[in-house]
Each structure stands twice: as C-alpha cells, then as structure tokens.
Ligand binder design. Structure first.
Ligand code: SAM
Ligand code: SF4
Length: 325
C-alpha cells in the first residue's frame, strides 16, 4: 500500500529479540549498564498472523533482525512458516554472524538465500574493543560457510574512527569473493550519537586512492537504500548507506516491527501503533485497520541532521538493538 506521501511500502524489518550476544558500543551499553530485556515479545504464531496481514496490505519482503535474530530458538521454523504466506517473496536476515556457522545449513534449508553480516573489523583486538566480546574468527567462518552453500552474502560495516586503522582490510571480502560490502554511515540513534563515524566521501576517497575509480552501478540491488559502486577486478560491489549525507527518505519503502509488536514508520521517531494486545485479542479486522493506519502515517523524513538531535519532537528513546536496526 501507499503511505500518506504516496511512497509504496513493501518492506518490513522485524526484530525477533532485543537480546544480543555482542555489545557493539554504538548500539548497546556495557554489561553493567544492561537495559531491561523485553521478555514479553511476540510469539512466532503471533508474528505469522501479523505477517499474513502485512502481506495482505502489500508487504513483499521481510528482513529479520534484532538484537541478534539467530538467538531466537525457533527461527528456522519461523522462516519456513513465513515463506508459506502468500505474497511474501523474500526473507532475509541481518546477523552479527556469531552463530552463523552452526545455524547456516538449517537456515539455507528453511529457504534463506540472502544474509547480511555485520562486521566492523577482522582484527580480534579491534573486534573486542567494538563488540566487547571475542569471536571474530567465528564470524569469518560463518561467512565462508554461507558462501559455500551458495548464499548471497552482504557485509555491513559501520566506518568509525575506532576501526579506521584496519578498515580497508575488509575490502578483501568484495575483492576476492562475490560479497557486496556496504558502509553504513553512523546514525545519531541511541549510543551512536556520541561515536564519530567516517563520512561517505572520505571512505570513497580512501577506496579510490587504494584501488582506483569507483564506477556507479546502475542496476537495482536488493530492496534497500544502498548506492553501489564497482571497482575493477572486484567480485563484489561496494555500497554506501548514508542516511545523513545522502538522505533517502523520499524513496523509503520500509516500516519496522519491534520484538514487542510496536509497528513504526521511521527509525528516529517513537510514533507508531502497538499491535501486541490487538493480535492477542484476535480481532483481525481491528488488526488490519491499525496496521494500515501505522503504515499510512509513516513520517515524511528523519531529522538526523538537526543539530539538537536530542530534542527532536517524538524522538525514539530506544537503543538501536531495541528498535531492530
Ligand atoms: N545484531 C544484528 C547485526 O548486528 O547485524 C542485527 C541488528 S543490528 C542493530 C543491525 C545493524 O544496525 C548492524 O549492521 C549495525 O551495525 C547497525 N547499527 C547499529 N547502530 C547503528 C547506528 N547508530 N548507526 C548506524 N548503524 C547502526
Ligand atoms: Fe548486537 Fe547487532 Fe547491536 Fe552489535 S549491532 S550490539 S551485534 S544488535
């Protein structure tokens, strides 16, 4: 369906849990400042009911996210059930990769063919500094395992001053393997607002200095806002998702569902509709009405560029892990 600004909304990001087995410093606090976990999350049956309604109003693609979606015990069963819904064409997931190696075969069997792995460095020490956990080898192993199965892998990297020293080494994934690597500009959400990111133009300059001209790729890749470039000799492309410096709200096609059933139109605002109680009441007509209302009212644009981002009206207070980034 279309929202109030006539944008077609056909993509939903669903957070399966707020919990995570990493503690990326731009996304989650340290262990001793742990947020209260939201334990009363939607059951998989409730998610399936909701997704049936989402498909009815034109949602075609689902991205499973979190927190860490692979912590959800019934994810494989859930994916199979979601694929059985008429109208759902593609289900992908975004993971930190820590459990990928052990779960990827079951995920493949469930129908998953595209995964995004978030990885900001391949150096164990730097990985620990950023995620406050060890395990970069496990992530890399998971990526290779997914490739061996024939999955399409995209790598998500948040460029920061913190990982700047070794950031170019990540390009090896796009150079030697058919992996698209996407640099995601740091957004001033949750803890991210206090961590200096590297802007797109600076990253482009670094890459061109090392590998030569970045040539724009005109084909549409995936459903998202990433703008892709090709470097001669590379097997994968290089993408940029730059919500601040290259704002893409006018063509935004997505809504988000938090793990406790809040359907929201934009990352930055706490505006949306709580669906958990409605889905539990089994009032399907009301559920459909509220879903359509939340989608229709999707806000026009974020205001990340505002200097006083903390005082933007209706600002989202949740951490990125709680929204489902
Ligand atoms: N745990 C999974 C993962 O890391 O892929 C899924 C959830 S995580 C919140 C989704 C993505 O959001 C990750 O790629 C992460 O790097 C990104 N992210 C988190 N906080 C961010 C911020 N403030 N700005 C930009 N990207 C952010
Ligand atoms: Fe966990 Fe992903 Fe947030 Fe890192 S970015 S803390 S892996 S939810």
């Amino acid at each position: 369906m279309k929202d109030q600004f006539t944008r077609t909304i056909d993509y939903i990001r669903i957070s399966l849990t707020d919990k995570c087995n990493l503690r990326c410093l731009y996304c989650m606090p340290q262990d001793d400042e742990q947020p209260e976990w939201n334990e009363d999350v939607l059951t998989s049956e409730e998610l399936i009911t909701l997704c049936r309604h989402f498909a009815d109003v034109g949602i075609k693609k689902i991205k499973l996210t979190g927190g860490e979606p692979l912590l959800r015990k019934d994810i494989v069963w859930l994916v199979k059930e979601l694929y059985a819904i008429k109208g759902i064409e593609d289900i992908t997931l975004t993971t930190n990769g820590m459990l990928l190696d052990e779960k990827v075969e079951a995920l493949y069997e469930s129908g998953i063919r595209h995964i995004n792995v978030s990885l900001d460095t391949i150096h164990e020490e730097e990985f620990y500094k950023i995620t406050r956990r060890k395990g970069v080898d496990k992530v890399i192993q998971g990526i290779h395992h997914a490739l061996q199965l024939g999955m399409h892998v995209k790598l998500n990297v948040v460029p920061m001053r913190l990982n700047e020293q070794h950031i170019m080494e990540l390009l090896v994934f796009a150079k030697d393997y058919p992996i698209h690597i996407r640099f995601i500009e740091m957004m001033p959400i949750g803890l991210g607002k206090d961590i200096p990111g590297i802007p797109q133009e600076e990253m482009m300059h670094k890459i061109e200095t090392m590998y030569g001209k970045l040539q724009p790729v005109h084909d549409q890749i995936g459903y998202g806002p990433s703008v892709y470039y090709h470097v001669e000799g590379f097997k994968g492309h290089i993408g940029f998702i730059s919500a601040l410096s290259h704002k893409f709200c006018s063509s935004c096609n997505r809504v988000r569902l938090t793990s406790d059933g809040f359907l929201k139109g934009c990352l930055q605002y706490n505006k949306g509709i709580h669906l958990k109680e409605i889905v539990r009441s089994k009032d399907e007509a009301l559920l459909k009405e509220k879903i359509m209302e939340a989608i229709y009212r999707k806000p026009k644009a974020h205001a990340f560029e505002e200097e006083d981002v903390e005082h933007v009206e209706n600002r989202e207070q949740k951490l990125m892990s709680g929204i489902g980034g």
